[in-house]
Design a protein around this ligand. Structure first.
Ligand code: ATP
Ligand code: MG
Length: 389
């Protein structure tokens, strides 16, 4: 039984003095990720994080949880044997019988240099053994099978099969952002990419209940729970938006309403970000995907923000975004029908090239600060954690 997991990260991500912080956060996140799955211990090795599993641990589940932990480049289920190559040789035949390969290499590394054989000698010794057992040829470049050995102070780790993670940075090392989460396909993917680079996402969702049903709230809630799998704790701020929309439609012509809705969303999201220690906003916009996402409209929307609005999907095609949303699990929820606040009181063809002068004129008659303050008073907070319970 494989009782150990070897987890590796990209060394390039680890420049200088950030390394200890990075590794500490990664191991803390991994500990949280595998709670309740039968992992006995998470420990630090030389440029790796290890896990020791209890007997009967749920490997498929553990593997999935590790894969979803950002900062993990790749990982391997491993055997741990004593500090003796004969123990490795006792283990290999049954493992090798389960695998088909015509070429192989041994890649040994001594984390503990007190072990009497050098890596080179381990490679040769075990290489000859495997050749004799299987008839396979040694091939250093692109072998069918790579057999890894890591000699540690208290035993030798032996492993074969690489599982790839997403890489990136451990969530928590890159600050906090406030992601504008609709019920749609794009914004959960945008938030996921920000988490992948190590930032914690807080979420804000604007809804038009009671003018419409609660379907968008339910979707935003479910999407937040799904994304919490990647960052372990989340906050979702639900903001009633119907009143603001009603105030806008009184004086603003239909073609400009979406742009004004967005400007109000940004104002409110930014106020929430400041209050809850987030340093940037995140949206799921991609250039020219819909009318509100032209450069002109993005310019007019950005004009109300003091903090950066990050748009990780700006250069993505829709089909690429869909692929990622399927990969990360949010797609089936995103495509459920909902009553989205932004489709209320807006024409099929909103303005494509809004201009700031017109927008300022339209907003001049609105009590902007009061509208924002009133919405902020009605905000509802939901908290999420993973693993649940
Ligand atoms: P999505 O698939 O994320 O809904 P979309 O392609 O439908 O995006 P828009 O409706 O133009 O695009 O929304 C652009 C972005 O504005 C969204 O990605 C999201 O970040 C934000 N947004 C839109 N509606 C809401 C909402 N009701 N609550 C919070 N954020 C929203
Ligand atoms: Mg949408």
């Amino acid at each position: 039984m494989m009782d150990t997991v070897i987890i590796k990260f990209h060394e390039l991500a680890l420049k200088g003095k950030n390394r200890p912080m990075f590794i500490r956060r990664l191991s803390r996140n991994l500990k949280q990720a595998v709670r309740g799955t039968g992992v006995k211990q998470v420990w630090l090795g030389h440029m790796l994080v290890g896990m020791t599993m209890a007997e009967g641990a749920d490997w498929p589940e553990i593997s999935q949880r590790i894969r979803d932990c950002f900062g993990v480049a790749k990982f391997f289920p491993a055997h741990k044997v004593g500090l003796d190559l004969n123990e490795v040789k006792a283990l290999l035949p049954s493992e090798l019988r389960q695998r088909r390969f015509e070429s192989f290499r041994i890649t040994a590394h001594r984390s503990d240099k007190r072990f009497p054989m050098r890596s080179y000698d381990i490679n040769r010794d075990l290489g000859a053994f495997v050749q004799e057992q299987t008839g396979a040829a040694v091939k250093l470049k692109n072998p069918d099978l790579e057999i890894f050995l890591d000699v540690q102070h208290d035993g030798i780790l032996v492993y074969f099969d690489e599982v790839r993670g997403y890489g990136g940075m451990p969530v928590g090392v890159s600050g906090t952002t406030m992601a504008l989460l609709s019920g749609g396909i794009d914004s959960p993917v945008a938030a996921w990419y920000m988490m992948k680079r190590g930032s914690i996402s807080k979420f804000v969702h604007f809804h038009s209940h009671p003018l419409v049903d609660t379907s968008s709230i339910e979707k935003a809630t479910e999407l937040t729970q799904m994304l919490t799998r990647y960052q372990y704790n989340s906050e979702l701020y639900l903001v009633p938006f119907a009143k603001i929309q009603q105030q806008i439609i009184v004086s603003v012509p239909p073609s400009y309403r979406v742009v004004l809705y967005r400007r109000f969303m940004v104002r409110i999201a930014e106020a929430l970000a400041r209050k809850h220690d987030a340093a940037a906003l995140v949206t799921g916009e991609s250039l020219a995907q819909v009318a509100s996402q032209t450069l002109d409209n993005i310019t007019v929307i950005d004009e109300v923000a003091q903090m950066p609005i990050l748009r990780p999907l700006i250069g993505f095609n829709k089909n690429e975004i869909i692929d990622v949303s399927q990969e990360i699990g949010t797609y089936p929820v995103s495509i459920l029908p909902d009553q989205d606040c932004c489709s209320l009181f807006v024409p099929k063809h909103p303005v494509i090239h809004s201009n700031i002068k017109t927008v300022n004129k339209l907003e001049a008659v609105l009590p902007i600060d009061d509208m924002v303050a009133a919405a902020l008073e009605q905000v509802e907070l939901k908290r999420f954690s993973f693993p649940e319970g």
